[in-house]
Design a binder for this molecule. Structure first.
Ligand code: NAP
Length: 393
């Protein structure tokens, strides 16, 4: 009789092919081809180093198996296989204390919970254009969003012509920069959140906009920021199945972002304005930037009425003023935030610099305490309900 074992797997439907897991695996157990990212059962030692770095939670999947799935099998998957009935397959005994459930529960310990899409979210399309079959888009526009000379953030609009490229707010697309890396290999795609709503940057044109900051020495950001109108860009995706907005006009959105992490928040706001006005759900935005001159969409954002979007624009480098981060403003607006935390209609979205996560967690812990709630428990419940979403880099 083969004893069942716990196998670490990646959900190909949720994975956005950012390869962060592969880069973080200390034993080289994760690899990819043009289709999937897979885990080698022979070398994975379940150290969990890959779990917290995965932006989607697709990495956090486990099966109890009699025989581990081979790399070839995993490369061919379009979705994860269901958990097999191991008691039958392996002849093992699953009656006493349910050892399979215990193994699975143990596998998820410390993984930080799985992201779950809002129950009412529209079903996203993913991986329509994999790395092996990217789609060509034409640049319709490339506009500078920031006045700060040292902070070049661009609004880039891509047109897919007659080709179908359905995206939902909160999803990302992959951009394939031309050329090769230092080892002579073609560059891998870089992911960017879409900043336009599902019906397009221009309503019903189904074009897609991105918010891209020029990074010093950045291969893809330099390529994108320098693109001329009419240039052709190779795109993969769309990606992302959980950082999505509720399809519910009564849902309340608490959005927290820094810099270009504002891209999905713009998409959410525009979709609400266009297609879901008139509900009871309000939107509150905490948006951190160095200065007003480096805050993307500062002008247009100021024009969105407060009744639609309550804006907390928070600046860290205004001369003569103390540095303020989004987490400081959350504390300053504690009563309003607490009221949202206690409302089951509230969905939280956090996007931007990875560093802000810790500060935001601390702010939520203190605000939750002020209303007698334990933040970690509340957050995990919200995440299980599809109401807590984090995308940081
Ligand atoms: P940035 O301008 O460098 O920073 C924005 C603000 O965040 C600044 O005020 C900065 O303050 C502040 N900040 C720095 N550390 C913080 C911390 N620990 N807690 C809270 N606030 C902090 O931002 P950016 O260069 O645009 O970067 C945004 C990030 O979002 C990038 O890492 C990007 O990869 C990521 N992102 C982008 C997209 C997209 O589609 N483009 C989507 C998702 C995420 P100081 O610098 O003054 O300290």
């Amino acid at each position: 009789m083969t004893l069942p074992m716990k196998q670490h797997l990646i959900d190909p439907e949720i994975c956005i092919r950012c390869y962060t897991c592969e880069m973080s695996c200390p034993v080289g157990a994760i690899e990819h081809d043009d289709n999937n990212v897979v885990v080698n059962a022979d070398s994975c030692d379940e150290c969990m180093a890959c779990i917290p770095v995965c932006p989607t939670g697709s990495i956090d999947n486990w099966r109890i198996v009699a025989e581990p799935y081979s790399l070839e099998e995993q490369y061919g998957w379009e979705e994860l296989p269901e958990q097999e009935d191991i008691a039958l397959a392996a002849g093992g005994d699953t009656d006493d204390d349910d050892p399979i459930a215990a193994l699975l529960a143990e596998a998820h310990k410390g993984a930080g919970g799985r992201p779950v899409a809002p129950a009412s979210a529209a079903r996203p399309s993913v991986n329509l254009y994999p790395l092996s079959k990217p789609v060509a888009a034409i640049v319709q526009g490339n506009y500078r969003l920031t006045d700060d000379p040292d902070h070049d953030v661009r609004h880039i609009i891509l047109d897919f012509g007659g080709q179908s490229f359905p995206v939902l707010e909160g999803q990302s697309i992959g951009i394939l920069p031309p050329g090769e890396d230092a080892e002579g290999r073609a560059h891998l795609p870089r992911l960017y959140s879409v900043s336009s709503p599902r019906d397009g940057e221009r309503p019903n044109f189904h074009n897609v906009s991105l918010t891209v900051k020029r990074e010093p020495g950045g291969v893809c950001s330099t390529y994108l920021c320098d693109l001329e109108q009419g240039a052709e860009v190779r795109v993969t995706g769309p990606w992302g199945q959980t950082f999505l907005m509720p399809q519910d006009p009564d849902a309340r959105l608490l959005m927290i972002c820094t810099g270009t992490g504002s891209a999905p928040m713009r998409a959410f706001t525009m979709h609400r304005q266009r297609a879901m006005a008139g509900g009871d759900g309000d939107m509150v935005l905490f948006f951190g930037a160095r200065t007003p001159e480096s805050l993307p969409y500062f002008g247009p954002l100021k024009k969105v009425p407060d009744t639609m979007l309550k804006k907390h624009l928070v600046f860290s480098r205004i001369e003569g003023q103390p540095k303020e981060y989004v987490q400081d403003r959350l504390i300053a607006a504690q009563d309003d935030v607490a009221a949202m935390l206690s409302d089951p209609a509230t969905h939280i979205y956090i996007c931007g610099l990875r560093g802000m996560e810790e500060g935001v967690e601390r702010a939520f812990t203190s605000i939750a305490e002020s209303i007698g709630e334990h933040w970690a428990a509340l957050r995990d419940k919200m995440r299980d309900d599809g109401r807590y979403h984090v995308e940081t880099y």
